[in-house]
Design a protein. Structure first.
Length: 824
């Protein structure tokens, strides 16, 4: 924890209680106001105290209380001599082997600090960051910094932000710590280690709040072992030959869809077990580096053997043999690391997952799902955590009311969809495009198996797909989903701070993809999809949505109009789509009854379970929504909300469920018209059992003559906003791009920081591909929409590339222009 105490002596009793109750390992305090006369008054049992007092002047001072079971040493090489801005630096050894080191600093920068003292403090921070993993707590008194966008209104504030960016550090406190300002900060060059940052009540009568946070340290997490297919030793030629000898027509004779699927799965698993051996894969964290290969292991074994021989014989020859293998080990390790990072860089564009897996392997192990708060208790067992999360994820589903009088408008279509569209070659093409890096679904069939055996499996799968479509029967395996909870942000103990990611059958998704393409072709041929929808459509994107919408806004502003934009947010949109209402809309656009019947069966009786560390929750029913993680779901959602804009007079723009509308507002009548459109949308939502999250719906007023009129949705006033994140791009009420430039630079710099910390190689062939594949996309996302024109914004973006080019070996001492010339 950290706090600015504004005199510690009178608050020691409360601090001792806090330390006892909350079991803090490290406590940092600024403005201790201590001197030698207070030595007796500031001890806490079980803690070692490190202090730095201000000396002869009153006020200031910093200290650290470190628990006795943590070995800590003063980091003298970081300590400065300045008296105006105090800092204290300690090195912690966080494991018993003393191999994991962490530098902890506590700082106090007074508001009236001199330029010289500030420069000294910044140098200390830079020095600490260069020594390894660092966490800095302190009262820095930068009220002008907007930490959400990494911007500042003063020269000193901008210097401090640039210092953090240059040293790949991040600030993690997001709430005000004194009045409405974030003065007290927690900074790290490995922010992923910091969790559960909370701003809580002040210590005593201090006017600064206490900051409490967790720092994750490496620990062994054992979650059992599983058996997985060992593709390195697979005999695919024999497997293909075995499958080619099967007469699938006879095998499937007199069987329904479910039985055909089960027979197919049984036969495939039987032959896979014969020709693809299993390998036992432990889920315990062994921290084996990705670069560790058999050659390195062999040389390490020889080195170990040579050392034992030297210890036994003590001869010069034995010692020289040991030195030889020691040198060979170092060379082999260096080579293995370079080769591994070259492979990662080469695949970064097509398989970025591999890069982040490598980076994550170097980080402190952070628990996937923390102990969860449930009914005023903490749930710690994995099975119980899975059940709690499954219960929460299921709570958002919609219990559908009778359809009654909610039939949608029917479309007049040019051509009725044929039912004879599925062909065997479509199945083969789909099998050959399966991503083998994905995990298998609940049916256990691995995508690598499907892709390798595409020629042999196309016919039985075609028979299953055809029968499923004509009978309207969907195999039960295709209706199951394994749900992985992914932490979003906030407190890890709250189930609501996790989002579900569903994993479904790969074969099921293959057929969904074929059916989606068929429906999509029909929708396009008949012009059914609204032109307002930009999500999940060919030749449409976030960028086309933004350009089309804001081009219209800009034209109105240029002509002297005031404009109001309403940003709307659906609550759990994909999870709450009522199934019967969805099917009524699909039938209204003329989809064949065969297709509608199949989709109806596909939506019925779906179940899901949550997976936590290899353990499963019980199965729960999925009552509503288009299935998350499915291929067909996004298109079905688009068709469900396709009539959202009907009868709306304002300009409406939609990307999936992200909806916004705008109109010129030069009179009360214009305001009334926009409010009527909002009322119309509320009626639509009620009719189709969708719900707007009114707290997240905002209005933005643009134009110097704007009346700033109020609006409401379902009787609740909409909040006013001067800046919104629209499809990942920050848009303000001046339509300026400075905030977006700063945000893009911050995101790109964060990834560049991962490259700097996680990649050992500094070769051009490694750094440049990683920069182009992983960093530049953040700088260029939708840039045609927000392209910067101000010099300061261009410089802000260019700084990221400056830092990136400086990472390349041999470029450190060259100017930026020289680096660009050499790197092309």
């Amino acid at each position: 924890m950290f706090t600015n105490a504004r005199s510690l002596t009178g608050k020691m009793g409360e601090l001792e209680v806090l330390a006892l109750e909350r079991k803090y390992d490290v406590i940092g305090v600024a403005e201790t106001w201590l001197n030698e006369s207070h030595d007796w008054a500031v001890n806490i049992g079980g803690y070692t105290l490190f202090r730095r007092d201000r000396g002869n002047r009153k006020g200031g001072g910093v200290c650290l209380f470190i628990k006795h079971d943590l070995k800590a040493n003063i980091k003298e090489e970081v300590m400065g001599v300045t008296e105006g801005a105090e800092s204290l630096w300690v090195e912690l050894l966080t494991d018993s082997k003393e191999s994991t080191k962490l530098i902890v600093g506590v700082c106090y920068r007074p508001p009236n600090v001199s330029e010289e003292e500030e420069a000294q403090l910044l140098l200390q921070i830079e020095k600490a960051a260069s020594l390894g993993q660092v966490i800095i707590m302190g009262d820095f008194n930068y009220p002008d910094i907007d930490w959400g966008n990494s911007t500042a209104r003063t020269v000193n504030g901008n210097k401090f932000i640039n210092l953090l960016h240059d040293n790949f550090m991040s600030q993690v406190v997001e709430e005000p710590t004194r009045n409405n300002a974030i003065l007290d900060l927690v900074i790290s060059n490995d922010p992923e280690r910091i969790a559960n940052v909370q701003v809580v009540e002040p210590l005593g009568n201090s006017d600064h709040n206490v900051i409490s946070f967790d720092v994750w340290c490496r620990k062994q997490i054992y979650t059992g072992a599983t058996k997985t297919l060992n593709f390195r030793k697979a005999n695919f030629s024999s497997l293909r030959a075995a499958l080619q000898g099967i007469d699938w027509g006879i095998m499937f004779s007199d069987k329904n869809t479910e039985q055909k699927w089960l027979s197919f799965k049984m036969i495939l698993n039987h032959y896979c077990s014969q020709f693809i051996p299993l390998i036992r894969k432990s889920r315990s964290v062994k921290n084996h580096p990705m670069w560790l290969n058999s050659e390195v292991k062999k040389l390490i074994g020889k080195k170990r053997k040579a050392f034992k021989k030297y210890k036994s014989e003590g001869t010069v020859a034995a010692f020289n043999e040991y030195k030889h293998y020691n040198k060979c080990c170092k060379t082999a390790i260096r080579k293995a690391k370079i080769e591994n990072e070259e492979r990662i860089a080469a695949e970064a564009k097509t398989n970025p997952k591999k890069f982040f897996k490598y980076i994550n392997s170097k980080k402190m192990q952070v628990e996937g799902v923390a102990p969860l708060s449930y009914n005023n208790n903490m749930v710690t067992a994995d099975t119980e955590k899975a059940d709690v999360l499954n219960q929460f994820f299921s709570s958002v589903y919609t219990v559908e009311e009778p359809v009654g009088q909610v039939s949608p408008n029917s479309f007049t279509v040019a051509s009725a969809p044929t039912t004879q569209w599925l062909a065997q070659d479509m199945v083969l093409k789909g099998l050959h495009t399966i991503n083998v890096n994905k995990a298998p679904g609940p049916d256990g069939i691995h995508p690598r198996v499907l892709r390798e055996l595409g020629a042999e499996l196309q016919w039985p799968l075609f028979l299953i797909f055809s029968d499923s479509l004509s009978s309207g029967m969907v195999p039960r395996d295709w209706k199951k989903a394994n749900v992985t909870p992914i932490f979003k942000k906030g407190v890890r103990s709250q189930p609501g701070n996790y989002r579900p990611v569903s994993l479904t059958s790969v074969v099921g998704k293959l057929f969904e993809g074929l059916l989606r393409d068929h429906i999509q072709n029909y929708v396009v041929e008949n012009g059914i999809m609204s032109s307002n929808q930009h999500g999940f459509r060919k030749d449409r994107s976030c960028q086309t949505n933004l350009i089309a919408f804001y081009d219209e806004v800009s034209k109105k502003l240029d002509s002297g109009d005031a404009v109001d934009i309403i940003y709307l947010d659906f609550a759990k949109a994909f999870d709450t789509v009522p199934h019967k209402r969805l099917l009524s809309k699909l039938r209204s656009i003329g989809l064949s009854e065969v297709v509608c019947t199949w989709i109806e069966n596909w939506l019925q009786d779906r179940v899901q379970r949550v997976v936590v560390n290899g353990t499963f929750s019980t199965w729960s029913k999925v009552l509503s929504g288009v299935p998350q993680g499915s291929v067909l779901g996004p298109l079905l959602f688009n068709l469900f909300i396709n009539d959202l804009g009907e009868g709306i007079m304002s300009n409406v723009s939609v990307f999936a469920d992200d909806t916004k509308l705008c109109r010129p507002v030069n009179s009360i009548q214009d305001v009334t018209s926009l409010q009527q459109d909002l009322d119309q949308l509320a009626i639509w939502a009620a009719k189709w059992q969708m719900r707007f999250n009114v707290d997240k719906c905002k209005v933005m007023h643009l134009g110097c003559k704007n009346m700033q009129a109020p609006y409401n949705l379902n009787g609740t006033a909409l909040g006013k906003s001067i800046m919104e994140k629209d499809l990942g791009v920050l848009v303000d009420n001046k339509l300026g791009c400075s905030k977006q430039c700063q945000a893009a630079a911050a995101r790109a710099n964060k990834v560049l920081s991962c490259i700097k910390r996680g990649i050992d190689s500094r070769e051009e062939g490694v750094i440049l591909p990683l920069y182009r594949a992983l960093v530049r996309p953040h700088l260029e996302y939708a840039v045609q929409f927000w392209s910067p024109v101000l010099k300061r914004d261009i410089i802000e973006l260019e700084r990221v590339q400056r830092r990136a080019t400086k990472l390349v070996k041999g470029m450190e001492s060259l100017s930026y222009e020289e680096r660009l010339a050499k790197l092309g």
